[in-house]
Design a protein around this ligand. Structure first.
Ligand code: WQD
Length: 352
């Protein structure tokens, strides 16, 4: 059984990926600081597995720690060695991820995201672990037209969060070039993760007021927020509102499993791949579909555009399809159904 270190494994995408890894026979060592996640997500993963008659709790090892502390990271590699289960690969989710917050606290974002990743790679090198799947983002792209974005398109992040993501991709390229016959690296650029596991036991649990559109839609539908403020009604799009590529979190999790297996079963290489559906949904469309699917109302009003926003951000996902044989199985309706199921069962997410 291969041992995988999952940094940020208690988070939204991390927890869904941990579930998929356990279901596919991996042993996982989760490293999380819980500053923006909850241990409850990991407890619920075990519940989901037990519901499917799988008692895999012994394959899940939890370590609380901070990537800024190299000793915290080394302790996991040592613990795995002691169990004779040396870490074979890392899936690296841990990092701060709010665009808005990164503009106010750039030091914190550069320290947590970049210094933390450098610390992780130092320990990986020390313990001869040279396989990593990295959680990157579509925020790295310079969006200059309405065409589907592909991995060769120009990158020019417009906020500190996106800058840290691109910097880490470039750092991983340097790591690969330092020993190209040894490293296997996949940088996965997510578009707009949304939805929840079909059980409703794990899902997106933002701390405080969510920045992203979808968790606000579910909170407005629940009556915890009064309305959605739609940022701009005069974008160059069919209905004037912003268009994004919403990708179901369970499709993302499956994309990580395929990327991990691809790296472990192929020659040393470095890959950059878009994980998106290739389909765009506008803010207004999203709200209307959510209302129809769940038979709820989502009040909204229009306000001015948000700084840094673009009209259309949609993936060309043909590279991930061809290399990983990854095909997103879920659509915007599945996102609306699963996200609402999660929100109804967990009105406050994992927060008290
Ligand atoms: C989606 C659409 C907004 C809120 C961000 C990050 C990206 C990734 C996903 C991490 C846009 C509109 C939003 C609101 C609105 N995260 N909107 N009212 O900005 O596409 O991407 O989250 O990797 O890196 O940049 O997502 O959900 O904020 O916005 O009208 O209150 O909804 O203008 O068109 P975004 P979002």
């Amino acid at each position: 059984m291969k041992s995988i270190l999952v940094t940020g494994g208690a988070g939204f995408i991390g927890s869904h990926t941990c579930l998929t890894l356990l279901e596919n026979g991996f042993e996982i060592f989760v490293f999380d600081s819980y500053i923006n996640s909850s241990k409850k997500s990991l407890k619920n993963i075990i519940k989901i597995l037990k519901k499917n008659n799988k008692d895999l709790e012994s394959n899940l090892h939890l370590f609380k720690g901070d990537l800024k502390n190299v000793r915290n990271i080394e302790a996991i590699f040592q613990a795995a060695l002691k169990k004779n289960k040396a870490i074979e690969a890392v899936i690296h989710f841990a990092g701060l991820k709010s665009v808005k917050e990164s503009i106010v606290y750039p030091c914190s974002y550069w320290d947590n995201n970049v210094t933390g990743t450098i610390n992780l790679l130092k320990i990986m090198e020390k313990y001869n672990c040279r396989n990593i799947v990295y959680s990157s983002s579509a925020t790295v792209y310079k969006v200059k037209s309405n065409k589907l974005l592909n991995e060769k398109d120009e990158c020019e992040p417009v906020n500190p969060y996106g800058q840290t993501k691109l910097t880490i991709e470039n750092f991983l390229k340097d790591i690969f070039n330092s020993a190209s016959s040894e490293w296997r690296i996949a940088c996965l650029r997510y578009f707009n993760p949304a939805g929840a596991h079909k059980s409703g036991l794990i899902g997106e649990s933002p701390l405080g007021k969510p920045n992203n559109l979808y968790p606000q839609i579910t909170k407005v539908a629940l009556g915890k927020m009064s309305e959605i403020k739609i940022f701009g009604s005069n974008w160059p799009t069919p209905d004037g509102t912003g268009v994004r590529d919403y990708i179901h979190v369970s499709d993302l999790a499956e994309g990580h499993l395929l990327a991990l297996n691809y790296l472990l079963n192929n020659k040393p290489q470095i890959l950059t791949l878009n994980l998106g559906t290739g389909k765009g949904t506008s803010v207004l469309e999203f709200i209307r579909i959510f209302e129809r699917i769940n038979n709820v109302k989502v009040p909204f009003s229009f306000s001015k555009r948000r700084d840094g926003d673009n009209a259309i951000v949609v993936a060309n996902n043909s590279l991930a399809k061809s290399i990983l044989k990854w095909i997103p199985k879920r659509n915007i309706e599945d996102i609306c159904k699963s996200g609402w199921n999660w929100q109804l069962k967990n009105p406050n997410g994992f927060n008290k």
